[in-house]
Ligand binder design. Structure first.
Ligand code: KG4
Ligand code: ZN
Length: 336
């Protein structure tokens, strides 16, 4: 069989990224131009600034990805690109670039769901991993527990009723004065704190054992902060971070383990930006070992947004015969 080389492009939020991926699992290059420093000035991602920066960087990032792989566009088999969900202006930059290249070089164009990309990041470093498996997807916009039945075929088992896990990290980080980007800052601060210093609630949803809720937890942290301030006490930022993080991690791990047991799935996978959280990785590993489940996760750099994961997902879509038309458009609220 002929080797398949995918040029993959990702621009759904604040990273301009391109990669060359061979046969879905081998990363020949993975270039990321991050805008974090720019958005930090505003305490979060500013969509209009993100779009403009993507336009400035996209061609350079794509060329770097080809150069690092030691390949040219003429050697590519197909072009894969994230078309949703994400910021519409940001997505459009990647989609337009991918369409132009595919059209000019007469290559198949494959629109990729960003979340399918996050899940597929696991195929890169875990060569033995194959569906079916249970996957906890935790990013800035998503918190889903899914049964991955086949490549690109999901069944949703549970979801968040309000905030996504990453969103909760970002909001709490802002509230306790850690700023943007919240997830990594809480992760770091929590290492110095006591996870049992404050008892925050772990929401359970009546009749929906695999669903999540983080807005009550977020409010509990804010209330705690206000009360302590009123009493003139100094709250420990690291204790708050650790106690909040502990509550999120316990909610995520308990439901994942419950679902794996209930559905008889022995392979447990995590994906998305929050999957790089050190406490979540440690707790999930321990829980899976106890249950006798195999536990898979991408390395932290492949958990957060990148194009290699889009290349992995595009490969399996390519093999299934998925082809996008020239009318491929950005879909900001694309459903799972
Ligand atoms: O998957 P991702 O890079 O972008 C989206 O598709 O949303 O996820 C970004 C989210 C942000 O909310 C960020 O705060 C969170 O992932 N995140 C983390 C960590 N690193 C990134 N959350 C907790 N701990 C981390 N180490
Ligand atoms: Zn993402």
């Amino acid at each position: 069989e002929q080797d398949v080389y995918i040029l993959a492009i990702e621009s759904s939020c604040d990273e301009t990224a391109a990669a060359v991926v061979k046969n879905g699992r081998e990363v020949l290059s993975n270039v990321i131009s991050s805008q974090i420093a720019l958005h930090t000035l505003f305490g979060g991602v500013v969509p209009e600034i993100a779009s403009r920066k993507h336009i400035e960087k996209i061609n350079q990032v794509i060329q770097e990805a080809l150069d690092e792989a030691g390949m040219t566009l003429d050697e590519m088999t197909a072009v894969g690109v994230t078309y949703g969900p994400g910021l519409v202006g940001a997505l459009l930059v990647g989609v337009s670039a991918a369409k132009a290249i595919a059209y000019a070089k007469k290559l198949p164009l494959i629109g990729v769901h960003h979340i399918e990309g996050h899940v597929s990041a696991n195929f890169i470093e875990n060569k033995d991993l194959k569906p079916p498996f249970l996957c906890l997807i935790v990013s800035g916009g998503h918190t889903h527990l899914v049964k991955m039945k086949d490549y690109g075929e999901f069944e949703i088992i549970g979801r968040t009723r309000d905030d996504a896990a990453g969103e909760a990290f970002d909001k709490v980080a802002r509230a306790i004065g850690l700023g943007y980007p919240g997830g990594p800052k809480i992760d770091k601060a929590a290492k110095e704190g006591n996870p049992h210093a404050m008892e925050f609630p772990r929401a359970k949803i009546e009749g929906a054992p695999y669903d999540f809720s983080f807005s009550g937890l977020k409010s509990a942290v804010l209330n705690y902060l206000n009360h302590e301030k009123m009493r003139g006490e100094k709250v420990s930022q690291s204790d708050l971070a650790a106690s909040f993080q502990n509550a999120v991690v316990e909610s995520l791990v308990s439901r994942t383990v419950l679902a794996a047991r209930e559905f008889g799935i022995r392979d447990v996978v995590i994906a998305g930006g929050v999957a790089s959280n050190s406490a979540l990785r440690a707790a999930m590993k321990e829980a899976c070992e106890k249950e006798g489940f195999r536990f898979y996760h991408p390395s932290p750099a492949l958990c957060t947004d990148n194009a290699a994961m889009i290349g992995a997902a595009a490969y399996y879509e390519y093999q299934k015969g998925t082809r996008s038309g020239w009318d491929l458009n950005a879909v900001p609220n694309l459903k799972l």
